[in-house]
Design a protein around this ligand. Structure first.
Ligand code: SAH
Ligand code: MG
Length: 952
């Protein structure tokens, strides 16, 4: 029911969104219809492959007198706001309405309160109208009285107006209540208020016909409802408890909650905003201040907090809520909604309470998203989207902000013009100069999935309070190829820092500053502590509480069966050891179970288990003791060990029977027992390994090697066999060469469409710039298998085939070799493929078992290749034999070279390369020169005279 906060796009100073303004004016008469818009690809006309493209939305807003159409937006929500904004423009709503004076807002507030007490409102479907109906069930003096506290939280119109009167109302519920009471006091002809009472009565009874229609509806509802709720005592000595709210259909649930809190009636209860999910009805209930002075004399915006709470600060409830709460509190999920006239309710169990509690920490959100509370941990590094498991950092940060009542994170990019990116070293320098003129800042609108071509990006993120005070900003130094990776990286840094703080809120400012610096974060201590100060006073509570279960001292901690720095003891590892241990970047599959062990009683209680759990090693994606043990294991082995208890909330959030587990924890000395089996592992992807080990990356070195030969050969025509996403073709546009025509062939439509987009944007943009030193006049991409001949690619000056043959079966690689040299017959052919012998360097794992018998590929073959898609990887000898025989057969000469490493040091180059050159006394091709065979499909075609056109 809360209106949406300011969108991530525009940072507006706390005011109403366009939609909220339209709602205030037209209510339900404003109708929004959102349509999906089919976008005409992402700027690559002529691409003959159907593209899904990003989904865009357009919204039509119908108002009584006219309708407007929004801009196209990436999110439905943004489209609606855009439509509302246009409508506001059309209506000519004065800009002063964006920023009405406190007096204007207050007079609107009076109007709104008046409407709530109208006949019409009583039978409407509104979260608040249920309370007005229930008020008619209340007896005695309470009959027809509605607590102001419920009005303050159930009608966003009221609270928004209060925020316009005084922005502090955003964080101060009491202020909202006091404005509502002041408004009611001006409505003496229709409502009644009493001195010192925080509720409002309707003056005259509702007409009998309205009451009668309500009675008919109510007779359908059940007599009594039992709702499971949580009691959070103010005193830390007392445990969190489950309580049952017995709500009868002829009463008001707020009165039931009040009695549980030891209060006489619901008018004395304060209600929090909703917690958890946006649609949830979960709120905290606690006693209203005993004395409350309505300061009618003061100026509106200067109304002071005039409440005096009697109870003590409730640290657990305050931490949970993020604002101070006094006295005992009840957490319940109950209330009226927009959807139905009936009372909505859900049980809250102790387990769900503890889950919500840990969900307040970034690591808790991550643990829950992986359903591995006792085992998973928020990773410290974001390596690749494909290796990440569980909720992504951006998502977690967004959840964190919602939980802690902050604005949505604001992302922006710092990007470089394309030309600068060809030399990465130069690029780096430019970026570290803080106010470099080349910097281009742009706001990321919406999803942030759009990559800005191939240029490397850096992304910054900022967190703001709901009042738009800057809390922190993170501007990572790392460059990313993809914008989305850069966003994830920045989000994770912020999460890591917040997590470290929340784990140890008493950390000194120096330490906090230091850790912020290490994560490229700058924060405003004033705004940060204003927001998170509560964690200081209350979070420790959870830690001291968690010490309840004392650590079981192992009789003799033998250094061999323990990893003390990770809290591991009694470690045993069983099963055959193949000597291949996981290395950083590997993806591991484990099965595990965690039990609570009470040794004195020989008791074991299963807490958490998973048959298959996958994570990336080396990023801290599991708790440190699990990672420490895993790195000593090989596939097929199992381990068992004990650890000290983690904070109690974690155990209780994991345990099914929370009450029983809690009593076990408090009564006996216990520890956790982990048993883990390492099921499978996959080596880190080729590309990442190459990037980590080579500078420039191996893929780049290959392309540069080919470009060099292309330049020297003075070739005017080139075909790239297995061009993939066009990395070579793309690079060729950056260098002056003699090339006029470039062609790529591949069987992957996905890769081809990526290649087409890159080439398209580059070729067309280059037309208008001064840079084009390339003489390329034609570029074509074909869909087809390079093991099949197509006469259009015959007799080119140069052919390239980089890292492709190992993706085919060995027979096909030979078939390709024969066809290319016998039929395509390029003057020069460059073929590269991994050098299998070099893998020892790449994976630090030993290859001894395989070197004994290189043909035995049965054993753990999948770990040995650089990429899952590789069908083979050849030794230098195997490659030499293949290429030499091939060359001899077709009248070519061949020489060998490579990139990464060197020919003279073992184990040779990382990527081995063969360069074939056509012989002078050319053997005649068996095919007729004139024969026309078209087996390939044109996917995309570009022509300098024509720009680009489709083949179809
Ligand atoms: N040459 C590119 C891509 C290498 S990945 C580069 O260096 O970046 C290997 C590529 O070979 C993939 O794009 C795959 O689709 C392609 N490929 C595999 N078998 C093929 C075949 N029979 N015909 C055409 N392309 C093939
Ligand atoms: Mg490959």
């Amino acid at each position: 029911m809360e209106t949406e906060g300011p969108s991530a796009v525009s940072v507006r100073k706390a005011s109403l969104t366009p939609k909220a303004i339209i709602f205030q004016k037209f209510g339900k008469e404003a109708r929004y219809t959102v349509d999906e818009v089919n976008v005409d690809q992402n700027g690559c006309p002529g691409l003959a492959i159907p593209q899904k493209g990003p989904c865009l939305y357009r919204c039509i807003l119908q108002l009584p007198d006219f309708s407007v159409v929004s801009e196209t937006c990436k999110k439905k929500k943004d489209a609606e706001q855009s439509a509302a904004e246009k409508a506001i423009g059309k209506l000519g709503i004065e800009t002063s309405m964006d920023n009405p004076s406190a007096e204007e807002a207050f007079s609107k507030l009076i109007g709104c309160v008046k409407y709530l007490f109208s006949d019409e409102f009583l039978s409407s479907l509104h979260p608040l109208s249920g309370h007005f109906r229930a008020a008619l069930q209340r007896g005695g003096d309470l009959y027809s009285s509605v607590p102001a506290s419920i009005m303050a939280v159930c009608d966003s119109k009221l609270s928004n107006l209060c925020k316009l009167i005084n922005p502090e109302a955003e964080l101060n519920n009491i202020l909202i209540i006091s404005y509502i009471m002041r408004a009611a006091a001006r409505l003496s002809e229709s409502v009644v208020t009493f001195e010192g009472q925080l509720s409002i009565w309707r003056k005259n009874p509702y007409p009998p016909n309205i009451i009668e229609s309500l009675v008919i509806q109510q007779s359908n509802s059940p007599n009594s409802i039992c709702v499971g709720a949580i009691y959070i005592p103010c005193s830390l000595e007392k445990a969190i408890q489950s309580v049952t709210l017995d709500v009868s259909s002829t009463g008001y649930y707020l009165d039931v909650i009040a009695r549980k809190l030891g209060l006489t009636d619901g008018n004395k209860v304060l209600v929090s905003r909703t917690l958890g999910k946006a649609s949830s009805e979960m709120r905290l209930y606690f006693a209203a201040p005993k004395s409350f002075f309505l300061d009618l004399a003061s100026d509106l915006p200067n109304v002071k907090e005039v409440a005096h709470f009697e109870g003590l600060l409730n640290p657990r409830a305050s931490y949970f809520y993020g604002q101070e709460i006094y006295g005992d509190a009840i957490l319940a999920s109950i209330g009226y909604t927009w959807r139905s006239q009936d009372l909505f309710h859900e049980d809250i169990t102790l387990q769900s309470y503890y889950r919500m509690l840990i969900n307040l920490m970034p690591s808790g959100v991550y643990k829950l998203s992986r359903e591995a509370i006792l085992t998973a941990e928020l990773p410290l590094a974001f390596t690749a989207k494909t290796n990440w498991r569980g909720s992504f950092p951006r998502e977690i940060l967004s959840i964190f902000c919602r939980q802690h009542w902050l604005s949505e994170p604001v992302y922006s990019t710092v990007s470089m013009p394309f030309e600068a990116s060809s030399e990465s070293s130069r690029l780096h320098q430019k970026l570290v100069v803080p106010e470099s003129a080349e910097r281009e800042k742009e706001c990321i609108k919406g999803g942030g999935n759009a990559t800005s071509g191939q240029e490397p990006v850096r992304c910054e993120v900022k967190l703001f309070s709901k009042c738009q005070d800057l809390i922190l900003e993170c501007s990572p130094k790392e460059l990313h190829k993809k914008l989305s990776d850069s966003i994830q990286n920045a989000s994770l840094k912020v999460l890591s820092w917040l997590n470290a703080y929340l784990k140890d809120p008493d950390m000194s400012l120096e330490k906090l500053n230091y850790s912020a610096g290490a994560l490229d974060i700058r924060f405003s201590p004033e705004n940060f502590f204003k927001k998170f100060a509560l964690c200081r006073s209350s979070h420790n509570v959870h830690h001291s509480e968690s010490q309840g279960g004392r650590f079981l001292k192992s009789n003799s901690i033998n250094m061999l069966d323990a990893i003390p720095e990770h809290g591991v003891c009694c470690l045993s590892i069983g099963g055959p050891d193949f000597g291949v241990c996981p290395s950083n970047g590997s993806l591991l599959f484990i099965s595990y179970s965690v039990s609570l062990v009470i040794e004195a009683e020989n008791m074991k209680e299963l807490l958490e288990s998973k048959e298959e759990f996958e994570f990336e090693i080396g990023t801290g994606a599991v708790i440190s003791c699990v990672e420490a043990v895993i790195t000593q294991m090989s596939v097929g082995q199992s381990a068992c060990f004990n650890t000290q208890l983690p904070p109690q909330e974690l155990i209780l959030a994991a345990a099914d029977d929370t009450a029983r587990t809690r009593s076990l924890l408090s009564s006996k000395a216990c520890c956790l027992e982990y048993s883990i089996s390492l099921l499978r592992m996959t080596e880190p992807p080729e590309e990442r390994m190459e990037q980590a080990l080579f500078s420039p990356p191996l893929s780049k070195q290959r392309v540069e090697y080919a470009v060099q030969h292309i330049k020297e050969s003075c070739a005017t025509t080139l075909v790239d066999f297995g061009c993939g996403s066009g990395s070579l073709l793309d690079s060729l546009l950056d260098y002056p060469t003699a090339l006029e025509k470039i062609v790529g062939v591949d069987i992957s439509l996905k890769s081809l469409s990526r290649a087409a987009k890159i080439l398209h944007s580059k070729l067309n943009s280059k037309l208008d710039t001064v840079i084009p030193r390339t003489g390329i006049t034609s570029a074509v991409l074909y869909d087809g298998s390079i093991t099949v001949f197509d006469s259009r690619l015959r007799g080119f000056d140069i052919g390239t085939c980089l890292e492709v043959i190992e993706h085919m079966e060995e027979d096909d690689a030979s078939l390709f070799g024969n066809i290319v040299l016998s039929s395509f017959r390029p003057r020069i052919l460059i073929v590269s493929t991994p050098n299998y012998e070099y893998n020892v360097v790449l994976h630090k794992s030993s290859l001894t078992s395989q070197e004994d018998d290189p043909d035995d590929k049965t054993q753990s073959q999948s770990f040995k290749f650089r990429n899952h898609d590789h069908k083979f990887e050849w030794t230098r000898e195997q490659f030499n034999r293949w290429a030499s025989e091939l060359a001899a057969r077709h009248g070519y000469s061949v020489e060998f070279s490579g990139v990464g490493g060197s020919a003279d040091t073992e184990p040779g180059f990382a990527s081995q390369i063969a360069i074939f050159r056509i012989g002078s006394e050319t053997k005649e091709d068996t095919r007729n020169d004139e024969e026309v065979t078209h087996h390939y499909g044109v996917i995309w075609e570009w022509d300098s005279s024509n720009c680009s056109r489709s083949a179809f």
